[in-house]
Design a protein around this ligand. Structure first.
Ligand SMILES: [Zn+2]
Length: 444
């Protein structure tokens, strides 16, 4: 392979300029089926590539592998009109004569390894997918929507958006709440400032390692109180990084776990229950029912469902208890009296048992969560649970990187304190509607 296939005579200057990717040189071609044929600029330069294994410069081209890529060319400054072009990239593979060990492709900047899209196309696809379905965005640009590519496309853009965010201003009160998304739990890290709930991030899993990796980015001296979901790994992580803070389990967490247990029972025992919106109406306090006409219907539906009736009554007792100035003793009594056949509540009983100290800690807290805390947490949990199916990176991207964060300036520096819960919930619901209703991207 000593002799080069192309000489400078083969370069198409006009098309190279038109393409506008600094690394690439467009070749004159007589094939009309491939779009633009391109090579890396260094093909015509003397630059020697270093062997990644031994750093030697005794490398030479051993073969050329053709890569087909789709590329996007913006035709105006405002990025409204575009053209999709096909590239045939003749990528050189180098062999190292020093160590003889390695054959490596020449490095490129314009596209990720193995990706069928150039970065500028990939980024345009990702920007759309933050708010619309990937399929619709790909249709808009007229490129194939392979589900294998969406994760890579999004991760690249998320990294970029994440790097542009100002640093987190560590809240004095942190809350870690597990949100459920297609059968998996993901901890959402919330911060509380001036009676408002803000979302800082959503983590990949509830392991001590993942949670710890996030917590260590915060300023431990600022953290005074942590509301943590009753999960061992989360508790350990919090305890390790903020040993001086008050670590408590709130009444909201107990109510949420009890509600989830109640929903499981409704879904198993409450099929064809004669009440619309039964999930909501069978999990709120009886006295808070928005429509009194459902009261007799609930009674009617319970007649033929004795287990559901017992679960409902016991859940109501907990909700009533939580309305009052309850004590740990009250909670333990409630747990002891869980009806034998209602296993779903046993997990709540275990939490009361195992996290008794943290629940007691909550009762003696000087400063209670803001009034809208329960509403904010439930709003976030429900909004995420209702999002259409996607992989974790896309879900996190849509929640955390498509919505503006609230920021503050202090001593000339910009800090962020997360996304206000009401805006987060509203925007997630909007994105879900875009996807569910198959709204077209680009014609808003
Ligand atoms: Zn080498």
């Amino acid at each position: 392979m000593g002799k080069k296939l192309y000489t400078k005579e083969n370069i198409s200057k006009a098309e190279t300029e038109w393409l506008g990717i600094p690394e690439l040189v467009v070749l004159k071609t007589n094939r009309d089926d491939v779009g633009l044929e391109v090579v890396h600029r260094r093909y015509f330069e003397d630059e020697k590539l270093l062997c990644p294994a031994c750093r030697s410069s005794r490398t030479r081209c051993s073969k050329i592998v053709d890569r087909k890529l789709k590329d996007l060319l913006w035709l105006d400054e405002d990025h409204k009109t575009f053209q999709i072009i096909s590239l045939l990239f003749h990528q050189r593979y180098m062999r190292c004569d020093n160590c003889g060990q390695s054959v490596f492709p020449e490095p490129t900047e314009f596209g990720e390894k193995g990706c069928k899209f150039t970065n500028r196309l990939s980024d345009a696809l990702a920007d759309g997918t933050f708010q619309f379905s990937y399929k619709k965005v790909c249709q808009h640009y007229g490129v194939p929507a392979s589900t294998a590519s969406v994760g890579e496309v999004m991760r690249r853009r998320i990294q970029c958006r994440e790097s542009l965010l100002p640093p987190v201003r560590t809240p004095h009160i942190i809350s870690i709440v597990e949100v459920l998304f297609f059968g998996e739990f993901y901890p959402a890290v919330l911060g509380i400032w001036d009676d408002e709930v803000y979302c800082l991030d959503i983590l990949r899993d509830s392991s001590e390692e993942t949670c710890g990796a996030f917590l260590k980015t915060l300023d431990a001296n600022q953290v005074e109180t942590i509301y943590v979901d009753p999960v061992d790994s989360l508790f350990s992580a919090v305890n390790q990084y903020f040993p001086m803070a008050s670590i408590v389990v709130t009444d909201e967490a107990i109510k949420r776990y009890a509600r989830n247990a109640m929903l499981d029972i409704i879904h198993s025992d409450g099929k064809r229950f004669p009440v619309v919106h039964k999930d909501r109406r069978l999990t709120v306090l009886h006295k808070d029912l928005d429509d009194r006409t459902v009261v007799p219907r609930i009674k009617e539906g319970m007649k033929s469902r004795p287990r559901l009736q017992r679960a409902y009554n016991h859940h109501q007792r907990l909700l009533e208890l939580m309305e009052t100035k309850w004590s740990m003793e009250d909670l333990r009594t409630w747990a002891d009296q869980i009806p034998t056949e209602v296993d779903e509540f046993l997990a709540v009983g275990d939490i009361i048992d195992i996290f008794g100290e943290q629940l007691s800690g909550f009762l003696t807290l000087g400063e209670k969560p803001p009034n809208n805390y329960q509403f904010a947490v439930q709003g976030i949990c429900d909004a995420i649970k209702d999002m259409p199916h996607c992989i974790f990176d896309v879900m996190r991207g849509r929640c955390i990187f498509s919505i503006t964060h609230d920021t503050m300036e202090e001593n000339g520096e910009l800090w962020r304190y997360g996304i206000k819960s009401s805006r987060l919930t509203e925007k997630i619901n909007e994105i879900s509607a875009n996807i569910r209703e198959e709204r077209d991207y680009g014609y808003q």
